[in-house]
Design a protein around this ligand. Sequence first.
Ligand code: PEP
Ligand code: MG
Length: 324
Amino acid sequence: LAEVLEHEQDLPSRTPDGHDVPLMVNTGLAVDAVASLKSRIAGVGLYRTEVPFMITERFPGEQEQTRLYREQLESFEPLPVVMRTLDIGGDKDLPYFPIEEANPFLGWRGIRVTRDHPEVLMVQLRAMLRASQGLGNLQIMLPMITNVDEVDDALKLLDRARIELAEDGVNVDRPKVGIMLEVPATLYQLEALAQRADFFSVGSNDLTQYLLAVDRNNPRVAELYDACHPAVLVALARLAEESSALQMPTSVCGELAGDPAGALLLMGMGFGTLSMNAPSLPRVRAAIRRVPMSAAKALVKETLCLPTPKAVRDHLEKRLGEWE
Ligand code: PEP
Ligand code: MG
C-alpha cells in the first residue's frame, strides 16, 4: 500500500466525484524537507512562528525574524504561507520569557500575551511584512482569539507596522488576515469576527481541549481527549455551515485534519481546505481520492447522531475499512 500511496502523491487531492479538497502543510522548522512537497500542496496553512523562538536564547530581533520568514515565503512562493503570530503560553514556554501560572491553558496565551506586549507583536509584524516584499504570498493569522477587540487591536498594529515600513521606503500590500477558531467563544461570534477577517482556520486541538474541558497534555485524562467526541463534531459541523453562509473561507489546521477519518468528516462537513503535518499527507490524500463527497456527507450524517466518542471511532473504522 505504501508504494501505491507514494505514486498517488503527485495526483490531485480530488474525490472520485470530482471535488477538490486542497491540502496544505503545517510548518515550524526544517523548511527544506517540507518545501520539496511544493508541487503536491496548496501552501502552508499554519506556520507556527513560536517554534523558531523556542530554540533561541532571547527573542529573535527584527532582522533575524525577517530572515526566517523570508525563507518560508520564498520556499513556497507563489503558494500562500499562513504565518501565525506568536502563540506562547499554555504548553509553549520560552526559556527567556517564563510564564508561571496555576492554569496555563486558561491563562496568558497567544494573542493575550502579544496584546499586552505590543512591542513584541510589532517586531513580528514588521518582520513578516518586510519579508513579504516583492513576493505577495504572506497571510497572517491570530491565535487564541476570544474577543473581537483582540482582533481590532492586532489590525491596528498591522496598519501601524505598514506605515512605519512605508516611512522606511518599504511598501507592501496589506496581507490577508485570518482568525484561529479554537476558543469555543468564537463559535458564537462568527458574524462579528467575519467582518474583521479574510479567513478562518479551526484549531481543532485547542477547540477539543476547551469544549471538553480536558487538558490536551495531561496523561491522566488523555482518554477523555478526543476530537471525535460527538459534541466536538456537532460544533464543527455547525461551524462549517455558518462560516459558509458568511462566505468565509474556512480551513482546519488541527490534528483532526491529518487523520484520514477526521479529514473525511471535515470534508463532508464542508471545510474547504485541510492543513496538516507533512507525514500525514499521503494517507489523507489517499482517503480523499477513494471516497466520494456524497459518501463523506453521508458519513457525517451517520456519525453526528452517535452517542459516544467510542461509537464514533468504531463507526469510522468500519466505514474506512469498506473503502480501502
Ligand atoms: C490547534 O489548536 O489545533 C492548533 C492548530 O494550534 P496549536 O496546536 O499550535 O495550539
Ligand atoms: Mg491552538
